[in-house]
Design a protein around this ligand. Structure first.
Ligand SMILES: C[S@@+](CC[C@H](N)C(=O)[O-])C[C@H]1O[C@@H](n2cnc3c(N)ncnc32)[C@H](O)[C@@H]1O
Length: 385
């Protein structure tokens, strides 16, 4: 497993951000798909990837690819992998999959077949078999099976990577951590100017912005990963990687981070989440209407993720809110770059400013845009359009 294929999955539209991260970490981008990137490395490399990647969901270490006409083929091929060298008989095992094959109507059946092959093989070689179930707290195996082609991977992440460990209170309609990280990357914010996040909800954008600008490893709070349950896990190397990550993280930033929301329980949740992340001192929280948000001199980024009617909020009220966001941008945010993340393109038109850029994203399966507005200081060169 010294130079294995590694498939890193992410939400749609995030591979371009994931690719930037991989290159910065010194990993090759071998192939890019709609929701993932293939790179290469060892089991030890997966530790670095799991610790540092902000936009990834899972880091999958490739074991074997084969053609499988049915579940018996799957079993036979999976049984051929030397599982006894990878997973201890006293481990806890779970198998999950993405299956789109005519021979399988129930993906759970494919999981069971693969799990049976693994535990049967370990029992035959070691005399005992691991316990298994659906919790991803131990060794995790992933299989991808599409149109007769099957690949089996060690899922070195276990619990997916957006679960950073700081969001104890998600509140309503929170943005997923990986998506928030990509949105911050798309704004180009680096901590030197201000980062203002009215309508912050549970604080995900502000927290991810702080983690990025501080160069803090996103998974530093997590105590458990799939790779820890694979034979050969190098605890000493993991401790060194964590210590290195901590030593290069900055403690403070030149720019201010301000996060506000008019819902006091959102601000309570956001404060709690920031405090769990060890960032409470860096983010200035306030309960207020977005129009009352403090916009300090010096410029920077104002980013807002208003409701867009899919999950919360009613349309006519939202039309008015979007119009008011446009007014707020024009009247109070001169000298800043304004960003709106929304899944409703009709509502976005109510902002009344022409976007400089429209960056595509997906929020689960809802197509969204991050709209960028250049907000000029003093006389507006960008009147209602
Ligand atoms: C879609 S949520 C933001 C979710 C956030 N990105 C997160 O990750 O949790 C929209 C937020 O806007 C807030 N909001 C709605 N109208 C507001 C207003 N007039 N002023 C300030 N906040 C408002 C809501 O309380 C809600 O928390």
């Amino acid at each position: 497993m010294e130079n294995s294929r590694i498939l890193i999955t992410c939400p749609k539209e995030l591979p371009q951000y994931l690719a930037q991260e991989l290159v910065a970490l010194g990993f090759p981008v071998i192939d890019k798909t709609i929701a993932g990137i293939e790179t290469a490395g060892s089991l030890d490399d997966t530790m670095r990837l799991n610790l540092h990647l902000r936009t990834a969901h899972r880091v999958l270490l490739h074991l074997k690819s084969f053609t499988a006409a049915d579940a018996d083929d799957l079993y036979a091929n999976a049984y051929g992998i030397e599982w006894e060298e990878l997973i201890d008989e006293d481990e806890y095992l779970s198998v999950h999959s993405s299956v789109d094959d005519p021979s399988i109507t129930n993906p759970l059946f494919a999981n069971v077949k693969c799990k049976d092959a693994i535990v049967d093989r370990i029992k035959a070689k070691r005399g005992r078999r691991p316990d298994s179930g659906s919790g991803m707290t131990g060794a995790v195996v992933f299989q991808y099976w599409k149109a007769g082609k099957c690949s089996i991977y060690l899922d070195t992440s276990g619990d997916p990577l957006p679960r950073r460990g700081y969001r104890k209170v998600p509140l309503k309609a929170p943005m997923q951590e990986t998506l928030a990280a990509a949105v911050v990357m798309a704004t180009g914010w680096n901590g030197n100017e201000n980062f203002i996040n009215p309508m912050c909800g549970s604080g995900t954008l502000a927290i991810e912005a702080a983690l990025i600008a501080l160069n803090r490893a996103p998974a530093i709070l997590r105590g458990n990963f799939g790779f820890m349950h694979i034979k050969g896990f190098n605890r000493g190397k993991w401790d060194d990687l964590r210590a290195d990550a901590k030593s290069v993280a900055k403690k403070s930033l030149p720019g201010m981070i301000i996060a506000t929301d008019n819902n006091p329980s959102a601000i309570r949740a956001a404060r709690n989440n920031a405090s769990t992340a060890g960032l409470e001192h860096l983010i200035k929280f306030n309960t207020c209407d977005f129009r009352e948000t403090e916009i300090p001199a010096g410029g920077g980024i104002v980013v807002m993720n208003p409701e867009y009617g899919e999950r919360l909020g009613r349309m006519s009220r939202l039309e008015n809110t979007y119009k008011e966001i446009g007014d707020f941008f024009k009247q109070k945010c001169g000298g800043y770059s304004g960003y709106i993340f929304t899944g409703n393109f009709d509502l976005a038109k109510k902002i009344g400013l022409r976007p400089k850029r429209r960056m595509p994203f997906f929020n689960s399966n809802i197509e969204c845009r991050l709209l960028e507005y250049e907000l000029y200081e003093g006389s507006r060169r960008n009147p209602k359009l």
